[in-house]
Design a protein around this ligand. Structure first.
Ligand SMILES: [Zn+2]
Length: 112
């Protein structure tokens, strides 16, 4: 028997993804999914891995911020050295900044 708690409807909701680096909520912009798995935090390039996921923009600045703590918090885990190494390797392949558009939020956040 299932006990149903009062909860807002889930399922039909348009998925909104928050970049854990810059905290911008976006549906369209390119985000990379990261998943907590028994093998550690993996980059889910196919978007198919099961598990708790978090999103980061394909921007080095967002990854840097995420790796400082918000990614691990979001995944409710701790990054192992192996995870960090893997994520750092990926981060190196990313552009520093978005080439064409400027991100207004990023400018505001930089003023910390
Ligand atoms: Zn971001």
């Amino acid at each position: 028997m299932k006990t149903k708690k009062k909860q807002p409807r889930r399922g039909k909701h348009v998925p909104q993804r928050t970049c854990v680096g810059c905290r911008t909520v976006q549906a369209k912009r390119s985000l990379t999914r990261l998943v907590r798995t028994p093998e550690g935090v993996l980059i889910d390039t196919q978007g198919k891995l099961p598990g708790r996921g978090a999103y980061l923009h394909d921007l080095r600045t967002c990854w840097e911020k995420g790796l400082k703590g918000s990614l691990a918090r979001s995944l409710k885990t701790e990054l192992t050295d192996e995870d960090r190494q893997r994520l750092n390797e990926h981060m190196k392949t990313l552009p520093e900044q978005e080439p064409l558009e400027t991100l207004p939020q990023a400018a505001a956040l930089a003023d910390e």
